[in-house]
Design a protein around this ligand. Structure first.
Ligand code: SAM
Length: 400
């Protein structure tokens, strides 16, 4: 029989996982049943990207589409969610990005921002407030696939009534500035494994004799084989992932971004580093109540599943969509160039407790040991000339 909710809590501690509330586990049981049905409907083998899509986005069930807390401000004493993101840590992140947004809007003579995957609405709130402080009353659009998060965004952004609108699909044509923080990493990935120079397999999900989820590999189809061959030589024993959905998203961006720039921030690397021989297990990660681990079969529907972003593939897809690549750099560089340190300096170091509240998150955003180097920013666009403010120093496009 498949693992029951009480089985989870009995074994969680030994596996280094948090104990979970029975209601949450009951929900996870429903998500698991949905996933099992999908495996059976697929003939017994479900490609991993489809498993990930359902676990994260199945309507009313998936991690992003049902009501769990997900994001929190990263205060270790009271973690309510599973992970934290830069805009959750401090409004200074959004205030710095607002300077970059303002430059794009001024350079293109437009007044609209479109944010993808706005999470709790924290980034929108800080960008809108910072632009208002500069006397800019922009139109702010949000495209959010999660109905649950969309509701939370609507409640949080109610003070900006009249300025914010939610879209149901990508616009046919858009002029302005596009933002997406930690969205590409949340798109479903296909998993591959090399077994011999001429044997590339795709990892999928089956049900074992106990009806638990298990891995099974099949020969890769031509689409996956071509994508992998374009990234790395055959390397038996090597397993990783490709994010073809994110690439398609970037190509489509070229179809509707008529004028302006898109700023994509996420954790990841250029292709050479991503598919480095030493990264032989790929980058798939799960986040459950601030526990990071690599097993996507744990507590389906209750944990985030994510993979790092191959920024070379994203830049190539943007070029294929007819866009220019305007800049690529680390998050630390982007934020420093956009004036994060000056924004922090507006707070008085003599007020020690208040200053620490601002300085701590800024340190996390900039530190090489934390988010400063692992996170990167890629800017692509059309009808706009570099240098963009955030990439004026330390642009690394040549590394892509
Ligand atoms: C890791 S969360 C990041 C949330 C927020 N941007 C932040 O930084 O706090 C990923 C977000 O992307 C959304 N998302 C995933 N795929 C998407 C897509 N194709 N279009 C729009 N939103 C998407 C999720 O629902 C969620 O809001």
């Amino acid at each position: 029989m498949a693992q029951s909710p009480s089985d989870y809590n009995r074994t969680a501690q030994a596996r280094g996982l948090p104990a979970l509330h029975p209601d949450a586990l009951a929900h996870s049981g429903r998500v698991a049943a949905h996933l099992r049905a999908a495996v059976r409907a697929a003939g017994g083998w479900l490609p991993f990207d489809e498993f990930m899509r359902l676990a994260l986005y199945a309507p009313g069930l998936g991690y992003y589409t049902a009501g769990s807390a997900k994001l929190d401000p990263g205060d270790a004493r009271t973690p309510a969610g599973d992970f934290t993101t830069a805009p959750e840590l401090t409004p200074l992140f959004g205030q710095a990005l607002a300077r970059q947004v303002a430059q794009v809007l001024a350079a293109t003579g437009t007044d609209t921002v479109l944010e993808f995957g706005a999470g709790s609405g924290a980034l929108a709130e800080s960008v809108l407030a910072a632009l208002a402080a500069r006397g800019m009353a922009v139109r702010y659009q949000i495209l959010e696939v999660s109905a649950d998060l969309r509701q939370r965004q609507q409640a949080r952004l109610a003070p900006f009534d009249g300025q914010v609108a939610w879209l149901d699909s990508q616009p046919a044509a858009f002029e302005g500035c596009v933002l997406a923080n930690e969205v590409l990493d949340a798109m479903p990935v296909r998993l591959f494994a090399w077994h011999a120079p001429d044997r590339l397999c795709e990892r999928g999900v089956v049900l074992d004799a106990q009806e638990d989820f298990a891995w099974e590999e099949r020969p890769a189809d031509d689409t996956l084989a071509d994508a992998v061959a374009a990234r790395m030589p055959a390397l038996p024993g090597y397993a990783s992932e490709v994010n073809l959905q994110a690439e398609a998203w970037m190509r489509e961006l070229g179809g509707w971004l008529v004028r302006g720039a898109a700023l994509l921030i996420d954790y990841g690397f250029p292709q050479r580093e991503y598919y480095h021989p030493q990264r032989a297990g790929g980058t798939l990660m799960c986040h459950l109540r601030h526990h990071a681990h690599a097993d996507p079969f744990v507590a389906p529907g209750l944990q985030d599943i994510t993979a790092h972003v191959d920024f070379t593939a994203m830049a190539d897809a943007a070029l294929a969509g007819g866009l220019d690549v305007l800049g690529y750099t680390s998050q630390a560089r982007l934020l420093s160039n956009a004036g994060l340190i000056e924004l922090l300096a507006q707070h008085d170091p003599a007020q020690a407790r208040d200053y620490a509240r601002w300085a701590g998150p800024v340190h996390r955003l900039l530190s090489e040991a934390e988010m400063g180097e692992l996170f990167k920013a890629l800017a692509v666009g059309r009808g706009i000339d570099p240098p963009l403010l955030g990439f004026a120093r330390g642009d690394r496009r040549d590394a892509l």
